[in-house]
Design a protein around this ligand. Structure first.
Ligand code: A2P
Ligand code: MG
Ligand code: MG
Ligand code: MG
Length: 338
């Protein structure tokens, strides 16, 4: 889709996606500062907070205003929040959303959250959203991301990912207000903006590292989300000596995209686990546009046209490119999933 003013494809979508994740990041930070964080448990026993719901509402609001015909495939729904037992949480979500977007009523809030219930698939065009990716990292005060992507006929075209606790530069590690906003449009490269202020973007490029003695790999903090024992075996086989960098959320893709690490491994702990599209779409385009490569464990491209899950893939291997085939070969030789 060509924008007549700038001539760049998907320019309007890019600007809107950046605004949406910025609004959501403002809310997430306010929640983290303002309340004693408590998680509710979802049916699958994973945690969800007031910020996950508020973030989803704000992003869906911005998307509805700009692109009212676009469906959204997002992680959360309002079912639990509508329960009388969770009235207090609902009131908190409304309060935090109102701080960013004045004059919101409860019905609009719940309706925005439920705009995320689309099914995806090979249809023309839809957005996919993880309102907080890495909720466990958010609860620990560590890494989390607000991850948004536009998928058109199964191809990821636009990605925006806010990482409120990931500094734009290593020297800012731990300094408040130095978060990162990664943006990519297919064919136009990946960029990093400071999440705070109006500073210009810098290009994002992967490393060229191919010396196994210097290679760094990253993986989930949670051993229930990625098999740490298997990644250690694979790393040993490849001659990697550095310990893994463990961080939550799709920030792992961003860290490889900007050359701070060279490999991201996500090895299934259960044979039947299927990754969700919102856990990968945004990060995968940012890494690809930074020059990296993303496949599943079998070397197949991630297939985003199958619905809400990556049902035709297992696990994820994301690298700077030069290392990719050797990592896949080492996995084929060693990895025997449960
Ligand atoms: N058994 C699992 N294997 C892989 N990923 C999982 C598993 N259970 C939950 N996840 C997903 O891992 C993501 C966090 O990844 P990380 O640990 O790398 O930060 C969450 O979005 C979560 O998705 P969800 O919340 O949809 O269940
Ligand atoms: Mg979750
Ligand atoms: Mg997630
Ligand atoms: Mg989430």
């Amino acid at each position: 889709m060509l924008n007549t003013t700038s001539g760049l494809a998907f320019e309007h979508e890019r600007v809107v996606a950046m605004q949406a994740v910025r609004d959501a990041a403002t809310l997430c930070r306010a929640v983290q500062r303002g309340v004693n964080l408590q998680a509710m448990d979802k049916k699958d026993r994973s945690p969800v907070t007031v910020a996950d719901f508020g973030s989803q509402a704000l992003v869906c609001r911005v998307l509805e205003e700009a692109f009212p015909a676009d469906p959204v495939v997002a992680e959360e729904d309002s079912g639990e929040l509508r329960q009388p037992a969770h009235a207090e949480s609902l009131a908190k979500v409304l309060r935090f959303v109102t701080e960013v977007q004045a004059g919101v009523d409860q019905e609009s809030l719940l309706r925005w959250i439920d705009r995320g219930g689309a099914l995806g698939g090979a249809r023309d065009r839809f957005w996919t959203l993880d309102p907080i990716d890495g909720t466990k990292g958010f609860l620990r005060g560590e890494q989390y991301a607000i991850a948004l992507a536009l998928i058109v006929e199964g191809r990821i075209e636009v990605a925006a990912m806010a990482c409120p606790n990931l500094p734009t530069a290593p020297e800012n590690d731990g300094v408040a207000g130095t978060g990162s906003l990664f943006v990519a449009v297919r064919g136009q490269g990946a960029e990093l903006y400071p999440l705070d202020g109006d500073l210009p973007a810098t290009p994002v490029r992967v490393s060229a590292r191919d010396d196994w003695g210097l290679v760094r790999f990253c993986e989930s903090v949670e051993s229930g989300h990625s098999a740490h024992d298997w990644s250690a075996t694979v790393a040993h086989r490849l001659g990697i000596t550095a310990p893994p960098v463990r961080l939550d959320s799709q920030a792992k893709y961003a860290v490889v995209a900007r050359g701070e690490a060279d490999i991201y491994l996500r090895l299934p702990t259960k044979a039947d686990y299927r990754e969700k599209i919102w856990d990968h779409a945004s990060g995968a385009l940012i890494l690809a546009e930074a020059g990296g490569v993303v496949t599943d464990l079998d070397g197949r491209p991630l297939d985003f046209a199958r619905g809400r899950e990556l049902s035709e893939n297992r696990g994820v291997v994301a690298t700077n490119g030069p290392l990719h085939d050797r990592v896949l070969a080492a996995l084929a030789e060693t990895f025997r999933p449960a």
